[in-house]
Design a protein around this ligand. Structure first.
Ligand SMILES: *Cc1c(COP(=O)(O)O)cnc(C)c1O
Ligand SMILES: [Zn+2]
Length: 427
């Protein structure tokens, strides 16, 4: 139920059909927040009615989304979200924590969190009768858009940096997106996608530009609260009050800053509706080599200075974050913090997650866990807190990085003797 939009920079309000992407006063940096009608939502939905839904996808939250039911039941568009919230007791005890949860968003149709955004953008595209959708992407957003467009039969155009991991490029191609590899950075691809969408009248999904991406991403906040409530309720009793329980702290990796902004929006929606009691602290994790938002946070400003991005975590390799201001506010307004992690710490985190919690995450996803490890080291975290780490993409997205983290397998000639020799060496 879309009431309108409000500019995150100047607070100017717009009706639902007055603007398409950003605040006209502020140009490309004026990200719009979607405005919903809480009273109207509370008349037709409640935590109870939603928890009773048979639909395990993001579409169970339709009353809280700014789009109409897109149809296309029993297609990948309708199976986005509903990803598992895993307990991680071994990792927790290693870190001295009591309640650690991993939200595995690698378990989406295209194996990344970006499906949440692309599903809602495609629903919007259907509503406004778009003929073609376009996005810039480091890979995951593009794969997600290509998949959701394929699910509804819309042509898609994806602009990605030419050095995107091969698995991600393969994903784009197989969905028959028109794939344009840009010999430049993600930031170059971003500007080019904007220009092309204006030139050809394509509907543009660019992160930190299209206001509907954050609305898709906020569904993860809904799921976290709903799943945590169920997990904390003993089997014999159902949740007593008609409310959900928020976690105390959520760790999330930050590139453009749209995921953390979307999560913040989701928790704010639930708080405004009276469906949760408090706001979790949001912890933004950036790669050391791509830390423009962290830098602004550390400097205590809202002015974001672009950096020359360099990290193996390609999904968070962003020189000029397009949703940086809202990302800063997500952290500042919730009493969280920003952290940076090195590529080595990210590779270590990939190994820990897989071997001790059985989740294979791509580097940008594992960065969030590396951030938790650092946060525990500097005593930011209370051991009794309910902590959620959002794992945003599958490790199969970037096999090169996984091989770097895991090392080589041992080769032998095919004889039991050779196996014995190895075993005796403790391999
Ligand atoms: C896009 C992405 C991120 C970062 O999201 P932003 O909105 O750019 O901050 C993190 N992890 C993965 C796997 C992603 O694809
Ligand atoms: Zn504005």
């Amino acid at each position: 139920m879309l009431v309108g939009f409000v500019c995150s920079l100047c607070g100017k309000q717009y009706g639902p059909n007055e603007v398409e992407y950003v605040c006209p006063v502020h140009g490309d940096s004026g990200n719009l927040d979607v405005v919903l009608d809480c009273a109207a939502i509370n008349r037709i939905a409640s935590p109870e009615t939603i928890s009773a839904s048979q639909d395990s996808s993001i579409w169970r939250y339709l009353p809280l989304l700014p789009v109409a039911d897109p149809g296309f039941e029993r297609t990948p568009l309708r199976s986005v979200g509903g990803t598992p919230l895993y307990a991680a007791p071994r990792l927790a005890s290693r870190l001295g924590l009591r309640h650690l949860w991993l939200k595995d968003d690698g378990r989406n149709p295209t194996a990344s969190f970006k499906d949440r955004a692309s599903a809602v953008v495609v629903a919007r595209a259907l509503e406004i009768g778009t003929k073609t959708v376009v996005t810039a992407s480091t890979g995951n957003a593009g794969a997600a858009l290509a998949c959701m467009a394929a699910a509804v039969g819309l042509p898609s155009v994806i602009l990605a940096p030419a050095n995107a991991p091969q698995a991600k490029v393969a994903q784009l191609l197989i969905y028959r997106a028109r794939v344009i590899l840009v010999e430049g950075t993600y930031d170059d691809a971003f500007d080019l996608a904007l220009a092309a969408s204006r030139e050809f009248g394509w509907y543009c999904r660019n992160t930190g530009y299209n206001p509907f991406t954050a609305e898709g991403k906020k569904t993860a906040a809904f799921e976290i609260c709903e799943q945590l409530t169920l997990a904390r309720t003993s089997k014999s009793q159902l949740p007593t009050s008609n409310m959900w329980t928020a976690p105390d702290r959520v760790f999330v990796s930050v590139g453009d800053g749209n995921i953390i902004s979307g999560l913040h929006k989701g928790f704010k929606d639930l708080l405004a509706l009276g469906w949760i009691e408090y706001m979790p602290k949001l912890m933004g994790v950036q790669a050391e080599g791509s830390a423009a938002v962290y830098n602004a946070w550390a400097a205590g400003t809202e002015t974001i200075t672009p950096v020359h991005a360099a990290t193996l975590a390609d999904s968070i390799s962003v020189g000029l974050p397009r949703d940086g201001v809202r990302a800063l506010r997500a952290v500042r307004e919730t009493g969280g913090a920003f952290l940076t992690v090195s590529d080595d710490e990210i590779l270590k985190a990939m190994k820990s997650l897989a071997s001790e919690a059985a989740v294979f995450a791509e580097p940008a996803a594992a960065a969030a866990y590396a951030g938790l490890v650092k946060s525990v080291l500097i005593w930011q975290v209370d051991p009794g807190e309910q902590i959620v780490v959002l794992l945003t993409g599958s490790g199969l997205k970037d096999i090169g990085a996984a091989m770097k983290a895991a090392g080589e397998a041992t080769r032998i000639e095919p004889s039991l003797e050779a196996v014995k020799r190895l075993i005796s060496q403790g391999v």
